[in-house]
Design a protein around this ligand. Structure first.
Ligand code: HEC
Length: 127
């Protein structure tokens, strides 16, 4: 019995590891500096009237451990409050990159990409 339990545990670890290996977080440099710069401009034009720069850090902390894709859908579907969903996907994703930069998430070479469900593969990491 002891042997069987040990084997079971080993098998479940093997089953879990591939998923963990693919999972990236916002600590893995998931947007570029140029993208955040574009996002900053869009943010000033469309969001700053209601949200100052300090608004987003605590929001992301509440979202710690949750999908960037779900956060993105919530944001793009409900904001700006006066025109929900009224901007382009590439504009929302640039704004999201800017919001990440406000929380000092690391910058990388690869752009944050809203296409192909890629945002669902990234988890917000802000403990
Ligand atoms: C006319 C005012 C207004 C504008 C413009 C606006 N927002 Fe909002 N936003 C709100 C209000 C009101 C809420 C909900 C109340 C709250 O949680 O503070 C909210 C909530 C949010 C949230 C959700 C926070 C949470 O608790 O999950 C995010 C993210 C957000 N806004 C991002 C944006 C972005 C990005 C833009 C620009 C594209 C934008 N907002 C433009 C008023 C606005």
């Amino acid at each position: 019995m002891v042997l069987a339990a040990g084997l079971g545990a080993a098998l479940s670890i093997a089953a879990v590891f591939p998923a963990v290996a693919d999972q990236r977080t916002t600590a893995d440099a998931v947007y570029t500096k140029a993208q955040a710069k574009k996002g900053e401009k869009l943010f000033k034009q469309n969001c700053l009237v209601c949200h100052d720069k300090k608004y987003f850090r605590p929001v992301l902390q509440v979202w710690n451990g949750q999908s960037v894709g779900i956060f993105y859908d919530m944001m793009a579907g409900s904001m700006p409050e006066t025109n929900p969903g009224g901007m382009l996907d590439r504009e929302y994703v640039d704004i999201l990159a800017y919001i990440f930069s406000l929380s000092k998430y690391p910058v990388g070479e690869e752009k944050l990409d809203y296409r192909g469900g890629k945002l669902n593969e990234i988890v917000i990491f802000d403990p």
